[in-house]
Design a protein around this ligand. Sequence first.
Ligand code: PMP
Length: 355
Amino acid sequence: MTHSPDAPLPAIAEWTSLLDEPANGMVEAIGGTPLIRLRRASEITGCDILGKAEFMNPGGSVKDRAALAIITDAEERGVLRPGGTPGGTIVEGTAGNTGIGLTLVANARGYRTVIVMPETQSREKIEFLRMIGADLRLVPAKPFRDPGNYVHVSRRLAEETGGVWANQFDNTANREGHRRTTAAEIWTQTNGEIDAFTCSCGTGGTLAGVALGLAELAGRANRPRPRIVLADPEGSGLYGWVKENDLSVTGSSITEGIGQSRVTGNLEGVRFDDAERIPDAEALEEIFHLQAHEGLSVGGSAGINIAAAIRVARKLGPGHRIVTILCDGGARYQSKLFNPDFLRARNLPVPPWLA
Ligand code: PMP
């Protein structure tokens, strides 16, 4: 398309073929995200590495899909009734993005949310949750085995107040949402030509739903199912679990929303072909590069995913197609991943334009 002021406008069909029908409100605008070729990752490996742009969802993350699936499932089961009480309040423990998705969908459907979150999560997510009207309860960060862990606090709050506990970790409506939407979109966007899918896990809903959906669609098309590779940060038990059936944890990570020390309900029954454990510095290099040279600003878990996709591509060799998830956007972590003082204090690389 030319930008000369004298050039005639392109035929209307050229414009409209790019657009869908109007979305009937915010909820219908969730999903349908682009699949974007990551240029350098593809060039250095000779593979086709594609990132699903989940930061383009209305709430800014992949968790909009889980939020919508969980709320819709609760409505279908009759435990949530739009606009009514009791049952009009959703309670959840979250690293932030699920809380944002739940609160926005709740606002659109006439519910309220109570969001329990570890106080260590980024200021940007905390402030955004307050801004959109969540009843936010910050708690000290504690391991899952501790009764003060945010997940347990949220379950007790729901029990005490008669709210509906979203329970994103073990409620398989989460992965079911991804099976029906994320997996189906990736299959369509690649014409079913996909050799591997790699993704990190918080609840495991994204990885499990996409893995199950792609296996099902490949089976239907009589094709081999894509390899499923876990992308894990330091400080998560899942890498050891996939490799050696050992969930013990070493190290730590500055990434938020990912890493897990147990096999959640959403991860049950998923077949992994391999796992990659990615140090923070390796993930940061990917997100800094992507922002500076490819114009894509993404968060830390996307960096873990891209670094893992590059490792998978190197193992498979040139000519393969690997898909991963760009879970949320960089602006959500301005005070951390893009803050030179924060990075220097942890001996992590500082992007040259911020140094
Ligand atoms: N990345 C980010 C930024 C997240 O907030 C989350 C969800 N906690 C994930 C990745 C992981 O997604 P899932 O819960 O589907 O495993």
